[in-house]
Design a protein around this ligand. Structure first.
Ligand code: 6PG
Length: 251
């Protein structure tokens, strides 16, 4: 189970897990319960998945055949961001998720709403925004039940990089950005959509995330320049850490 839980100023809860296997079983157990709860209310469960490599820890440990057909029929998948590459590229968030997770759990294809990285970025951002307008709304914005996020060492999240902090308050639902290092075009949900979520879950594992986590959880001046620091959803804000990334916190 969780090694220990940190309540951060009533803003966020950080759970530090002894192993990625325990993190995975906890993630999948809670996801199942949440989908069943939504189904009990006659609703589907809308999730925006994170990109990057951290989710692979959960994807690789997800048992083959996880999730009953009843459950998977009610899980509607989207992405928080995508690289502007073809879906079969090793850079593709959709491609990696499909390879590492989707083809293990057998979710219905019609429930998978990928960002088409191979399309013109601006046109695709508009297409994806129109797709989001068809999902449940609240406050005049699409409302996800769960947005899964990672955090970069520069404090970015999704593809909202520090130079794009204005997207935290954008009037757009989806925007085009450029990775500051590679210049790669990215398509990303904007801050208002992410912050409109009922639940936001950050996954951050490994020692290389210690500096950025220490800044975020210590409210440092530097952290205020991190887009991830400004993710403050209406609902639950939670961090899943492992004993490496969470090692900085001393009870
Ligand atoms: C992406 C992600 C990005 C990622 C962080 C952390 O498309 O790369 O959306 O925000 O979550 O950069 O990446 P790692 O999980 O690889 O450390």
């Amino acid at each position: 189970m969780t090694a220990y839980t940190v309540n951060y100023k009533d803003i966020a809860t950080a759970e530090v897990f002894d192993s990625l296997s325990v993190m995975t079983s906890t993630f999948l157990h809670r996801l199942s319960l949440d989908i069943m709860r939504a189904a009990g209310n006659g609703n589907e469960y809308y999730v925006a998945l994170s990109g990057g490599t951290t989710p692979f820890g959960i994807f690789k440990r997800t048992p083959l055949g996880w999730g009953s057909p009843f459950l998977l029929r009610r899980l509607m998948l989207y992405w928080g961001d995508e690289r502007c590459v073809a879906p079969d590229s090793e850079e593709s968030n959709y491609g990696n998720t499909h390879r590492e997770w989707l083809n293990k759990i057998g979710i219905p294809a019609e429930n998978v709403n990928r960002i088409m990285g191979e399309n013109d970025p601006q046109q695709e951002a508009q297409r994806y925004a129109s797709l989001l307008r068809k999902m449940p709304q609240k406050n005049g914005l699409p409302q996800f039940d769960l947005v899964l996020l990672g955090i970069g060492e520069d404090g970015h999240t999704a593809s909202i990089f520090p130079d794009y902090a204005d997207l935290l308050h954008s009037r757009e639902l989806v925007a085009v950005t450029k990775h500051p290092g590679s210049g790669q075009n990215r398509i990303t949900l904007t801050g208002p959509v992410i912050n409109n979520a009922k639940n936001v879950l950050f996954l951050a594992t490994g020692e290389r995330k210690i500096p950025v986590l220490k800044d975020v959880f210590s409210d440092s001046e530097k952290a205020r320049g991190f887009p991830a620091y400004h993710i403050r959803p209406e609902g639950d804000l939670r961090w899943y850490l492992d004993t490496a990334s969470g090692s900085w916190y001393k009870k």
